[in-house]
Write a protein that binds this ligand. Structure first.
Ligand SMILES: Nc1ncnc2c1ncn2[C@@H]1O[C@H](COP(=O)(O)OP(=O)(O)OP(=O)(O)O)[C@@H](O)[C@H]1O
Length: 310
């Protein structure tokens, strides 16, 4: 169990990256979804004990992580957004190097674990090849192998599928999903589909605040019966944006598909549409529905669990 209480961080340039974050995360896959600059990496680095917040507490299985990071590190796996590798070092040698740094001192046990992780991440075939020459997908799988050294109980993965092709992404998802059975896995991403596919529980982070928390289908359900779709010409888009509560718009075969929120059909040409997580995400981000303090506060449905009370 991971407990985050009142976590705040302001960088020296004045940016307030985290504003009193409260979250409790149990074993399984937890998605942290947010746009660029929301504060996801700041939160991930703080949980990984790589940087300190200005205030707040983090506890993992009862231990105070910020005060005693040495208690978390042996059971922590972290895959950062970008990680460098020593040029020319093979996958095996690099894993051995990380394993030693992680304190896996028994040579036989260490090598057994490295072999198993290379197998798990489908890298046995290239174990003696330089990681610096790997494709993006292979590098990410190597990243997860190093994060899994020491069989972590808390696994933090920051934007893991950016740049992966669909096949690699699928493989990576399956791997994460298998791992989450007895581990707290926190997946931070701006890719809604990744969260939808993988996470039974999630939170949305925007401008350093948790604006919603709950199961993806519960967050989506708050839009049931209130989402409408229409296709308009590009030149009509601005008028449509001005007139309706537009959640999103995208080009479909040269025309613009507009999705809007309304309690009843907003205009001729609109038809009801089944909401998905992306609709819920945009609605919450734009304040059409959601957070207790946001612009849509009077629309707060019971299914959206706002940020936990401090
Ligand atoms: N070392 C730093 N010094 C100053 N400002 C920073 C630093 N790191 C991050 N920030 C700022 O803090 C805010 C949150 O950044 P952070 O990288 O945590 O967000 P993010 O959600 O991970 O975004 P992205 O998806 O783009 O990586 C941003 O405004 C960013 O510019």
């Amino acid at each position: 169990m991971l407990e985050i209480r009142n976590l705040s961080k302001r960088y020296p340039n004045g940016v307030q990256a985290l504003k009193g974050i409260n979250l409790t995360v149990a074993t399984g896959m937890f998605g942290l979804l947010g746009p660029n600059g929301a504060g996801k990496s700041t939160l991930m680095r703080t949980l990984a004990t790589l940087q300190l917040p200005d205030s707040g507490q983090v506890r993992f299985n009862g231990n105070q992580v910020l005060r005693q990071p040495q208690l978390l590190r042996p059971v922590l796996g972290y895959l950062p957004q970008d990680f460098g590798v020593y040029p020319g070092m093979s996958a095996f040698s690099l894993l051995e190097h990380f394993a030693l740094l992680k304190g896996l001192s028994d040579k036989k046990a260490r090598r057994r674990q490295i072999d198993a992780l290379l197998e798990l991440t489908n890298l046995s075939r290239v174990r003696n090849k330089a990681v610096s020459g790997f494709s993006g997908g292979m590098k990410q799988r190597f990243g997860i192998a190093q994060a899994l050294l020491g069989a972590p109980k808390l696994l933090i993965v920051d934007e893991p599928t950016a740049g992966l092709d669909p096949e690699e992404r699928n493989r990576f998802h399956n791997l994460l999903s298998d791992l989450s059975e007895n581990t707290v896995v926190i997946l931070s991403t701006h890719i809604v589909e990744d969260i939808n596919n993988l996470c039974p529980d999630m939170a949305i982070l925007a401008q350093g605040e948790i604006i919603a928390r709950g199961a993806p289908d519960k967050l989506t359900a708050m839009l049931n019966g209130r989402l409408w779709r229409s296709q308009v010409e590009k030149k009509q888009l601005n008028a449509c944006l001005a007139r309706h509560q537009v959640v999103s718009h995208r080009l479909v075969a040269g025309r613009v598909e507009v999705r809007a929120l309304a309690d009843a059909c907003p205009a001729a040409g609109f038809e009801p549409v089944q909401p998905d997580l992306e609709d819920a995400y945009f609605s919450l981000l734009n304040g059409h529905v959601g957070s207790a303090s946001g612009p849509g506060k009077n629309l707060l449905p019971e299914t959206v669990i706002p940020a936990e009370a401090s």
